[in-house]
Structures are given as structure tokens and as C-alpha cells.
Design a protein around this ligand. Structure first.
Ligand code: AHN
Ligand code: ZN
Length: 334
């Protein structure tokens, strides 16, 4: 008589089912969806290096020269081919020596309708005189500007190619290549009366007259002299005055990405670079990633005829390019 009555079994089953149905305990929450992860694309440093080399191959690229205008055309065409909306902003700017400089700022925009924007910038012109060359007889010659000019542009052109190929979410990017940064008055005046703010004429113009009236970006990053082997990016006083939170953010990303040896938390003196005018005139908090050696000196090759492809180092270009990409794609999830 060990048999369970079929009737009892049925009742037990029904009870079990109803117990389940009426369980007062809320169902356990479904496992949390993983934090939205974007796959951050890999910076291709060979492309960046070739973009630097290509600019240098045009020769010295200062205003009112054919090499300058040919390089502008190449950059604008390349950036369009990468899928950017490109604006060439032309202006005639008065130099310390009285010359009228025919300048072109190049603006390459991605995800144009997006209001939340990041500004990435560099200057593309090169200095007309090697006024710091060790050989005094050569100080009137123009420089190739592989580091001072081409390096920042080369990195940003590769960033542009990647943004065009991969797209981005919840953020737009404007790459602004400033002209007429480096036609500043030499230390000795060059035989002309002292002129204030004689450097960075292109960025001063753009900051007063942006490519779109009322242009805003959440923050900006300027790249200047980001190609040398021993580059050391310190926290300059101008960036720290106007955009300390951006500087800390970018430096932290660089360290987390494994590029801490280039990005030093050491503070350095204030700098009159393009970012000064983007901060003070356009009022966009903008930092400068710029090579500063001990004593706040620029690299040995600075404003000399040695600023050629020999100083360009792929490991440095990669550290900067991947850091910038990581910052941009971090913004696209936050
Ligand atoms: C001056 O020397 C005034 N400013 C440094 C900015 C600069 C020059 N960047 C490249 N060349
Ligand atoms: Zn320079």
C-alpha cells in the first residue's frame, strides 16, 4: 500500500504550480547589462607617419608660397575623402613685418548635427625662418617643420581617417588645422617694432570668427610638436589656468593607456600657443599637448633646420594619437 493516490499527486502538483504563481518574492533582477562598451579603434601610426612625411615633402609651408597652398589642397582633399565636412576659412592676416599673409584655416567636421562637440587642433604652417639654428648664417632659411607643424597634423589626419571609418556616438568632432601660427616676430624684433600676439594669427582669427557663428565645443585639445623621440608633455600654465579638468582627464587617460612615460604631471610655464586664444577669445577650455624639455625649453631642433623627418618617432606619434582617440571614444559613451 505504498502507492500515492493519483488524486493526491494531482493536488500536490496544482499546489506547487499555484505556489510558484503567487510567490510574494519579486523575481530576482535580471543580470545587469554590461556597461556600454565601445570598441576603441586602434591608431595606425604608419599612416600618421606617412601623413607627416607627405607634408614635409612639400617643403617649407609658410604663407604666400606654392608649397603652402599645395599642402592645404592636399589636406582638404584627404579630409573630405575620409568623410569629413571640410571648410577652408581664408583670411589675409597682417604679420609683424607688415606683410599680408594669405592664410587658410582648415576645419574638418564629423557628425555635424551633434551639439555635444570636441575640438581637436594643430597648426599646419611652418616657420619662415630658422632663427634658432646653431649656424647664424642659416637663420634666415625656412624650416621643414616635421615636428613643429606636421606632427600634430599627421596625428589628427589619422584620427580623422579613423573617425570617418568607425563613426562615433553622442559626440561630434571638429578638427581645426590653424594656419599662420609660426610667423611670429623673432626675439630680436627682426628689425621691426615690437608687435604683441604676433604668433598664432590663424587661431586668433578663427577664435574671433569661427567657421560657424556661435560655434561651441565642450573642450579642445591642441597638438603641437608631438613627434620627437624624447618628447615630454608637461602641464603648461596656460592649459592649467583655463582647462585644468581637461588636462587632468587627458593625462589620466594617457597613463591608463600605458603612455605615462610621455605625459608628465610636472607643471610648466604659461605658453602663448594657439590654445591661449581658443581659451581667451572663443572661451572653449582647451589644453596643449606640447613637448617641453627641462627648463621649459622646446626640443633641441626647435626653429632650426634640424626639424626634419629625422626627429620623427613613431612610438611618440602613437602615444599621442591613441590617447586622443581614447579620449574621444570615452566621450562617446559618457
Ligand atoms: C612662442 O614661442 C611665442 N610660442 C610657442 C608656440 C609655438 C611656436 N609652437 C610652435 N612654434
Ligand atoms: Zn614653431
Amino acid at each position: 500500500m505504498n502507492k500515492i493516490s493519483p488524486l493526491l499527486l494531482l493536488i500536490a502538483c496544482l499546489l506547487a504550480i499555484s505556489a510558484c504563481k503567487n510567490d510574494p518574492k519579486p523575481a530576482p533582477p535580471p543580470p545587469k547589462p554590461p556597461k556600454p562598451q565601445v570598441n576603441i579603434p586602434k591608431f595606425n601610426v604608419d599612416n600618421a607617419y606617412n601623413f607627416v612625411d607627405k607634408q614635409v615633402a612639400f617643403g617649407p609651408r609658410f604663407m604666400n608660397t606654392k608649397a603652402h597652398d599645395d599642402c592645404a589642397k592636399w589636406m582638404a582633399e584627404k579630409l573630405s575623402a575620409f568623410g569629413a565636412t571640410v571648410i577652408e576659412q581664408k583670411a589675409t592676416l597682417k604679420a609683424y613685418n607688415g606683410k599680408d599673409l594669405k592664410a587658410t584655416n582648415i576645419i574638418a567636421s564629423f557628425n555635424v548635427p551633434q551639439k555635444n562637440r570636441i575640438l581637436l587642433c594643430a597648426h599646419w604652417d611652418t616657420r619662415h625662418i630658422a632663427d634658432y639654428d646653431p649656424d647664424p648664417s642659416k637663420r634666415d632659411q625656412p624650416i621643414l617643420g616635421a615636428d613643429d607643424g606636421a606632427s600634430g597634423v599627421g596625428v589628427l589626419m589619422e584620427v580623422a581617417r579613423i573617425l570617418g571609418e568607425n563613426g562615433m556616438k553622442d559626440v561630434g568632432v571638429d578638427i581645426v588645422l590653424f594656419d599662420a601660427e609660426d610667423y611670429g616676430q623673432p626675439r630680436d624684433g627682426g628689425g621691426f617694432p615690437q608687435m604683441r600676439d604676433s604668433y598664432a594669427l590663424g587661431s586668433q582669427y578663427w577664435a574671433r570668427t569661427p567657421h560657424k557663428p556661435g560655434y561651441r565645443a565642450k573642450f579642445g585639445i591642441l597638438l603641437d610638436m608631438v613627434g620627437a623621440e624624447n618628447a615630454r608633455f608637461t602641464m603648461d600654465g596656460t592649459s592649467m589656468k583655463y582647462a585644468p579638468h581637461i588636462m587632468n582627464k587627458v593625462w589620466d587617460v594617457a597613463h591608463k593607456s600605458g603612455y605615462g612615460r610621455y605625459f608628465s604631471y610636472e607643471k610648466s610655464g604659461e605658453l602663448q600657443d594657439d590654445h591661449l586664444y581658443v581659451n581667451t577669445i572663443a572661451k572653449i577650455p582647451t589644453i596643449d599637448i606640447i613637448n617641453r624639455q627641462p627648463g621649459d625649453k622646446f626640443g633641441e631642433h626647435w626653429h632650426t633646420l634640424s626639424d626634419n623627418m629625422d626627429v620623427i618617432n613613431k612610438t611618440t606619434l602613437n602615444a599621442v594619437g591613441q590617447t586622443v582617440l581614447n579620449v574621444v571614444y570615452q566621450e562617446s559613451i559618457n
